[in-house]
Structures are given as C-alpha cells and as structure tokens.
Design a protein around this ligand. Structure first.
Ligand code: ADP
Length: 161
C-alpha cells in the first residue's frame, strides 16, 4: 500500500508541549510525518531556523517515522515534493480559526490536491503558544509544564545570557 505522508509546517520558535501534542496525535494519521520549518519567512524569531530544528530533533529523537527539516519553498510545493497528501495544523481557540481558514484557502488555491487537516488542541494546552512561553521566561516564570526540559534550558540561555 502507498505510504501516507503528511507535513506539519510551523515556525516552532520554540517547540512547545502544544506542538508536541499535535505531533503525537497527528502521527497516528500518517506513515511518515515531516516537520517543516520555513527558512524564508519575514518573522522576527528568537531562535535561528537551525536552532529551532536542532531543538525539535532533540525532543523527537526517539520517535520513528518523523523527519525534521527546513525549506526555502512554499509549503504546498514542499508537500508536493515529498509526496504528502495533507498538511497538519493545530487549532487552539476561535482566534486561530480565521488565520488558519485563510491559510488553508490560499494553499488550496495554489494546489487543489493538498488537504489541510486540523487537530483541536487538548484543552489543557489550548492557551499555550511559543510567544507566551518566551514572555514568561523573560519574567523568570516557571515554564517546566509548557516545554520539554531541553527547550526550557535553551530559552533560559537565550534570554538571560
Ligand atoms: P505558524 O507561524 O506557522 O503559525 P507556530 O509554530 O506558531 O507556527 O504554529 C504551528 C502550528 O501549531 C499552528 O497550526 C498552530 O495553530 C499550532 N499550535 C501552536 N501551539 C499550539 C497548541 N498549544 N495547541 C495546538 N496547536 C498549536
């Protein structure tokens, strides 16, 4: 049978337990899941693309059937290149909906064949975002419940050193 390949695109600045929840639940839908970080976006990130990728790889080092990579391509083009039939995205609250709807419509307009698949965040993680975690670290708050240890350490070093 043909392999079911999916991609999970995102900024992951840095990866949080919210992203991991989507990855672990999404993994069940695919034989192979690419986690892909765009290399060319105009976002002001705290971590470089290579730092973000290194953190994701470290956190997922024991997971099979996951490939972590960056791309210079449009997400839909990357999906096509690796033979993915779907893009995975997470939905937290209604506020995510409008942005995600627009994004999936644009992607659909560019490539009819690639579907976007949404997974609703687990309710205890629905408030969690990379930006809130970065804010908490700036004020010396405890982020141990929100990110894996290696990410917490990287954040502390980045912000306080
Ligand atoms: P982007 O810049 O592409 O939105 P993010 O890293 O912010 O990159 O998010 C990537 C995807 O992960 C998005 O679909 C986002 O809604 C989802 N996501 C982020 N945090 C959570 C969370 N706590 N629970 C569920 N999904 C999440």
């Amino acid at each position: 049978m043909e392999k079911r390949i999916g991609i999970y695109p995102g900024t992951f600045d840095p990866i949080t337990n919210g992203h991991l929840d989507i990855i672990h639940r999404g993994q069940k839908l695919f034989d192979l899941l690419y986690i892909v970080v765009p290399n060319n976006i105009q976002k002001n990130t705290m971590f470089t693309v290579d730092e973000r990728i290194a953190l994701i790889k470290e956190v997922l080092k024991d997971c099979d059937n996951i490939i972590v990579t960056k791309t210079d391509k449009l997400t839909v083009d990357f999906a096509k290149e690796v033979g993915a039939f779907a893009m995975l995205r997470g939905l937290r609250m209604v506020s995510d909906f409008e942005y995600e709807l627009q994004l999936s419509a644009i992607n659909k307009a560019m490539d009819e064949e690639v579907e976007t698949v949404f997974i609703m965040s687990s309710h205890e993680l629905s408030f969690l975002s990379s930006s809130s975690v970065k804010e908490i670290v700036k004020f010396n708050g405890d982020i141990s419940k929100f990110v894996p240890d290696v990410v917490a350490k990287a954040l502390q070093e980045k912000i306080h050193n």
